[in-house]
Design a protein around this ligand. Structure first.
Ligand code: GLN
Length: 286
């Protein structure tokens, strides 16, 4: 890439970047590097860019031009109105996952002190958002990646919430007697070898957080199979899954003995979350 070397203005920097990445992405990266607003960039196009910021901008634009996700460059992504730390150890939070939060909040609005388990927490967005949205919950969050748990722990500190983080392969290291009123998970569910894994942001995200077996259902099957051992009677399980997996997940839930089985559509109109109750009865508050 040819890069201008002398002192350069905001407008010149953006013009250079536009040869490599789309203009909105260039503006976003420059705003991030300069810690400034879009209005400021637009108002002062002739303002010179300090050398260190110009260096950083070129570095970011070059990385973005190779396809690296914006969220991994800026180390942040918004979820449910809050800004979370993300890096290449964790999946980038998706807007469709907010549906899981909405369902949990709708079902538990009247339950004080719910006991909640988030399996495969990644950056911690589900556990932390539920900690902030539910009524004084007790939350346990697991992940098999210690690098992901480091990100989640940092996010919990950022938002001042207390969560019991546990390094575990799904339920494996939970105590046998640990029971919850709500279990949520956004597990890996893409078919191994699926062409999406070699496109766009997914190329840079951790594969174990995305792909799960020949049918994409390995993790979902394990989570449904173990849920009955860790749900209180009347407790809920909500699972995010792939665009074409709702019927398969509902049948996993049926076979495992769940009741009140349903699927819900995401903002794109796709059945994205399925959920069910363990046996029947009231949700007990602790
Ligand atoms: N929804 C994501 C995607 O298709 C995958 C997330 C996941 O596997 N949990 O890009």
């Amino acid at each position: 890439m040819n890069t201008p070397s002398a002192e350069i203005s905001i407008a010149e920097a953006l013009a250079w970047a536009r040869k490599h990445i789309p203009p909105p992405e260039a503006r976003l990266l420059l705003r991030y590097i300069c810690r400034t607003s879009a209005a400021h960039l637009a108002a002062w196009p002739e303002k010179p860019l300090p050398a260190a910021q110009w260096e950083a901008f070129q570095h970011f634009v070059k990385r973005r031009a190779t396809g690296e996700p914006i969220a991994y460059l800026t180390n942040e992504r918004e979820f449910y109105g809050r800004n979370f730390l993300v890096n290449a150890s964790v999946l980038i939070p998706r807007p469709e996952t907010e549906l899981l939060v909405e369902l949990a909040v709708a079902h538990f609005a009247a339950v004080p002190h719910p006991k909640v388990l988030d399996l495969g927490t990644g950056s911690g967005v589900l556990a932390i958002t539920l900690a902030l949205e539910l009524d004084r919950p007790t939350i346990t969050a697991t992940d098999i990646s210690s690098d992901a748990l480091a990100v989640a722990t940092t996010n919990a500190l950022r938002f001042g919430v207390t969560i019991s983080f546990l390094w575990s392969d799904w339920y494996l290291l939970l105590k046998r007697k640990d029971r919850f009123q709500l279990i949520v998970a956004n597990p890996p569910y893409i078919v191994e070898g699926d062409s999406h894994l070699t496109q766009g942001d997914l190329r840079f995200e951790p594969l174990p957080a995305l792909a799960s077996g020949q049918d994409g259902l390995t993790a979902l099957t394990a989570i449904v199979a173990g849920a009955g051992h860790h749900l209180e009677n009347g407790g809920w399980l909500f699972l995010e899954h792939g665009y074409d997996q709702a019927a398969a997940v509902r049948s996993l839930l049926t076979n495992a003995g769940f009741t009140d089985i349903a699927s819900w559509k995401d903002i794109a109109g796709i059945e994205r979350v399925s959920g069910a109750r363990w046996k029947t009865g009231q949700i007990k508050s602790s």
